[in-house]
Write a protein that binds this ligand. Structure first.
Ligand SMILES: Cc1ncc(COP(=O)(O)O)c(C=O)c1O
Length: 387
């Protein structure tokens, strides 16, 4: 028997409490029992998003939330600015092109973060831009964008700001209303550590003014239909929702607020720091060079010269039960990613680093065995992780 440790940036490990909720006998979605849970889940998500805006729970993975944002906000041929710092930025770009939008793209090296001044410049040069799309945390590289500064810029223009916070939520603070974010998208299987299959999306008044004019094709993800259903008594969804996932998500939100948002952000900061320092101590290179641009959900590590990255993660998975993520898109085979997001604590990081060390040894990489875990422990102790 090999015990499994999922150390990827999504899906993330699920706690026993949440799994038990997920296993409850199925409720019908048009019953008072489910309505109560559905309403509570929406309220808790708004608290997490720090918003008074409308918020809809969609039954889909995160990409469905991205598609809802794009197809509801725009008309055919609308000019949009897509900011891309990695694989998920490219997804926004592809999706916008598929839906016949006029895409201006602002691309950065994978491992870098967006410069807010470039966004301002693009908006000044193109006053007809209808929307700006960007990731909060770019999971493919581990970089984080300065959404607060970008929000403060975009709110002075007619364009709306669409933020994919799918992997950033819970790992770092995000203030939808204070930062002026028009559409924010999240997913169940990331920082909240609930089962896969639910996306959530908040919508500002400014975004509604575009949604009401939008002519792009949509049906399942039509937010005007979602709004109509949400205004019924009791609030509903237009289609059958992922009932058991929502029940589990509601519990995951309870656990998050029991811990406290500030504590959860701090936990993620320290988990990320310990992982990053440990990896550096092993002589490995981080993909995101600038410490200030590193997010707290994922650490992307460059595969060292002469080492087969795929073989390395295969040993970790098959021999030690530690599942890491590989590189995506053009980073395939060039990096591996350690997720430290959601229901994860310091001993998960220590386990992952320990397995990494043993696998590195097996593939012939030269380093001091034990240096990584010693460094991780040092970071936990120095940062009073246990207090
Ligand atoms: C930043 C980001 N955006 C979008 C997605 C896509 O979400 P999903 O795989 O749930 O469709 C992911 C998932 O990894 C993500 O991390």
């Amino acid at each position: 028997m090999i015990k499994k440790y999922v150390m990827t940036p999504g899906p993330t490990p699920i706690s026993e409490e949440v799994l038990l909720e997920h296993a409850r006998p199925l409720m019908h979605h048009r019953t008072p029992e489910f309505s109560k849970i559905f309403i509570e889940t929406g309220e808790k998500l708004k608290k997490l998003f720090k918003t008074e805006n409308d918020l809809f729970i969609l039954t889909s993975s995160g990409t469905g939330g991205m598609e809802a944002a794009v197809t509801n906000s725009f008309c055919k041929g609308d000019k949009v600015l897509v900011v891309s710092i990695g694989y998920f930025g490219e997804r926004f770009k592809k999706m916008s092109q598929e839906f016949d939008l006029d895409v201006i793209s602002l691309d950065y090296e994978w491992g870098d973060a967006a410069n807010p001044d470039d966004i301002k410049k693009a908006l000044d040069e193109n006053p007809d831009i209808k929307g700006v799309m960007i990731q909060f945390s770019e999971t493919s590289t581990g970089a984080i964008n300065d959404i607060q500064t970008i929000g403060n810029i975009v709110k002075n223009y007619p364009a709306i700001l669409i933020v994919d916070a799918i992997s950033g939520l819970v790992a770092s603070d995000l203030r939808t209303d204070e930062w002026g974010l028009d559409i924010v998208i999240g997913g169940s299987q990331k920082g909240l550590s609930a089962p896969t299959g639910i996306a959530f999306i908040s919508v500002s008044k400014k975004a509604w003014s575009l949604i009401e004019k939008s002519d792009l094709p949509k049906f399942y993800f039509d937010l005007t239909r979602a709004r109509e259903a949400s205004l019924r008594t009791p609030p509903q969804t237009p289609w059958t929702p992922g009932i058991s996932i929502i029940v589990a998500l509601n519990k995951a939100l309870d656990l998050l607020f029991e811990e406290g948002l500030e504590k959860a952000f701090e936990r993620h900061r320290v988990l990320a720091l310990a992982t990053q320092r440990a990896v550096e101590k092993l002589g490995l290179e981080l993909l995101v060079k600038d410490e200030k641009k590193r997010g707290f959900s994922t650490t992307a590590v460059v595969v060292p010269e002469g080492i087969d990255g795929k073989a390395l993660t295969k040993i970790m998975r098959q021999k030690y039960g530690v599942v890491l993520a590989g590189g995506q898109g053009k980073l395939q085979g060039k990096i591996f990613r350690i997720g430290h997001l959601g229901y994860v604590g310091m001993f998960d990081v220590i386990t992952a680093i320990s397995a990494l060390e043993m696998a590195l040894k097996e593939v012939g990489y030269k380093f001091e065995v034990g240096a990584g875990i010693t460094e991780a422990e040092k970071v936990f102790i120095e940062n009073n992780y246990l207090s």
